[in-house]
Design a protein around this ligand. Sequence first.
Ligand code: HEM
Length: 280
Amino acid sequence: VFPWLMDHLPGSHQKIFYCQEFLRSFARKEVRSHQERGSPDEPQDFIDFYLAQIDKSKADPHSTFDEDNLVQTIFELFLAGTETTTTTMRWAVLNMVDTHTRTRVQKELDTVLGPSRLICYEDRKNLPYTNAVIHEIQRRSSIIAVGVPRECVKDTMLQGFPVEKGTIILPNLTSALLDPEQWETPRQFNPNHFLDQDGNFVKKEAFLPFSAGHRVCLGEQLARTELFIFFTNLLRAFTFRLPEGVKEISTEFVLGGTLQPHPYKICQVLIHSSNLCPRL
Ligand code: HEM
């Protein structure tokens, strides 16, 4: 009823407000420095394109392109793009403690890429096992269990069920990612879910960590590229082990903004320094 009241009440939400303001003020500074630089002949990044669009739509009184919306969009891209990829990488490292899977990935990377060549996203086509492992990490961790709520825009029939206009829909992504009719061992980490009998990578329709349709994750391609590049570079240079004394780890999630792994300490042991990506 009085959202502004929260600004004045003490509590842990104050830390969230502080972090939000930190990120927004960073975005504002970036926008300012782009404005000071002036509009380049060729827009170089998202901010350049957005500022050009603000300029173009100045005469339109209904335009939503303005500086506040630009700052908010940058904020949302950071929010949607960091928590998700980091959480997936944390699951990746936890799963790579398993010696069998990790060794197979490392052997494939060694055989196909050799010791020191830079890895690019195209390489995934020659790395079916590694690609399958990355997909299985995303499937099994199912970090966004329920997608963003959407509203049905017209009366619809869905698999025999009537859905009235105005109904709020919450897509249950986990129900597809762990569907026992779609996956051989739905609750078990198993890269074979994405491999045929000859070891070729196979796409699966029920693989929906980024959701689907018009409002599918905007950053899907970026996220897929990041996950592949980060994962392969890490596995080429390091091996992952549990610290001494730790025998077992839980693969159950901790409920947060995303489904996260338990906060374990993992030992990252350098295999070969020549495999270190110069940019890592
Ligand atoms: C592993 C990484 C990621 C996962 C699993 C993921 C997953 C999702 C999911 C499930 C949605 C909801 C889609 C829907 O409402 O149907 C979504 C939306 C979105 N994601 Fe991602 N995401 C990831 C990375 C990223 C990255 C890297 C960015 C951008 C830098 C990004 C930007 C967005 C945006 C802007 C939306 C809202 C799209 C809209 O409402 O039209 N995401 N994401």
